[in-house]
Write a protein that binds this ligand. Sequence first.
Ligand code: GAR
Length: 188
Amino acid sequence: MKIAVLISGSGSNLQALLDSSVRENIQLVVSNKASAFGLERARKAGVPTHSMLKANYSSRDIYDQAVADYLNQQAIDLVVLAGWMHILGARFLDVFQGQTINLHPALPGQYPGTHAIKRAFEDGVDRTGCMVHRVTLEVDVGEVLGVSEVEIKPTDTLAELEERMHSAEHRLLVSVVEGMVKGVQALS
Ligand code: GAR
């Protein structure tokens, strides 16, 4: 199974994948930000990188098509959105629907979109979580492949909650992707 990981920033979740058994399946890391630190992590691990900046394309549709075309050219089987902060629309999903999964730092049905950790923290709830789901046209909605609950302690600062969330995300993402890789291997 050939995997592409799409990132926009730090890439700590990418690092968790690079440190796991699925490293050998990761063919490519794509970023929509040239300055994303995750690109450094990929280079250090010897994984090819590619930056695709939306500003270089005349419309959202044309950008989404270009990302799909690029991944298709590389014969990618599974696209993992790991902190990729661009909503991929129909032109992308027409090609990769069912083969694209997203990590989101909230429980299913809660806090879709950006700043999900901060929004849960500010709501004063005592638990939140993270999920991996298949990507659909609706943002942060789609078949849930894995969930991990994260406690919010009364004494937590936002930074402490973020750290606990990221640890949970790293474990969850690796376990879901490893499971998908092993599932495909078992079929072949
Ligand atoms: C992660 O918390 C991920 O869940 C979130 O961006 C962060 C990326 O961290 N993604 C979303 O909010 C998508 N809706 P990383 O760059 O260190 O992996």
